[in-house]
Design a protein around this ligand. Structure first.
Ligand SMILES: [Zn+2]
Length: 227
């Protein structure tokens, strides 16, 4: 963590404004940095027993997602777009309120976890005309929908999943124990209060990340299709 901070300091130098918690800790592989002060706390993220919680946004409009987080006082650290591009909206060394009542292996995700959100509608409805729509009524192409566990989902793309693997692998350099990676549905209290990320990811993916998997093995992935 210290090594990374000094690296960021060197790279960014005077571009960082002065402040107690600066420099902001930024993921080196972000495509864009769009830090939004209203979604992160002045409290530092607790590095000891740090983890990652995985979410989905339930909306595909990035500005609306950020606006909604800002108005509710919630936040994620990064958003992963459908093409795998990662956008950082809060520094990793600050807390965001992302998990509500939650615990993971004895620690509180809102204090210890980096929050990652996939741009995805999440669960979707199948209409009588065999088209799919989001909870807002937005039309979703069938090729982006998958059936899993009794529900239709706007599944994460391979590029998004690969981006998540890359981020988790990088986090090991911060001494993050892969066992501390979880889905929001796994850490929330009571368990199952959220279905998030639910079926947007195949069920083996988060357990694989917890085992420290470096690369995404797509060979066991079901081919998404039209149902
Ligand atoms: Zn969530």
């Amino acid at each position: 963590m210290k090594k990374l901070l000094s690296y960021i300091k060197r790279k960014m130098g005077s571009r960082i404004d002065a402040g107690k918690f600066n420099p902001p800790m930024i993921y080196p592989h972000v495509i864009e940095t769009n830090l939004r002060q209203r979604i992160y706390s002045t409290n530092p993220l607790i590095e000891k027993h740090a983890g990652i919680t995985i979410h989905y946004t339930a909306d595909m409009d990035e500005n609306r997602v950020i606006g909604s987080l800002e108005s509710k006082g919630y936040g994620y650290h990064v958003l992963i777009r459908r093409d795998g591009d990662t956008v950082q909206i809060a520094p990793f060394n600050r807390r965001v309120h992302h998990a509500g009542m939650a615990t993971w292996k004895g620690y509180v995700p809102n204090r210890h976890h980096i929050a990652v959100a996939f741009m995805s509608w999440g669960w979707v409805k199948k209409r009588s005309d065999c088209r799919y729509e989001s909870w807002t009524g937005a039309n979703i192409p069938p090729r982006e929908v998958r059936y899993l566990n009794g529900q239709f989902w706007h599944f994460a793309t391979w590029a998004q999943i690969e981006a998540l693997y890359k981020l988790c692998d990088w986090a090991k350099s911060l001494k993050l124990n892969p066992e501390m990676i979880c889905g929001h549905d796994e850490c929330c209290i009571p368990p199952g209060r959220k279905v998030d990320p639910g079926g947007i990811l195949m069920p083996h993916i988060i357990p694989n990340l917890r085992k420290g998997a470096k690369d995404y093995d797509s060979s066991i992935e079901e081919v998404p299709g039209v149902y």
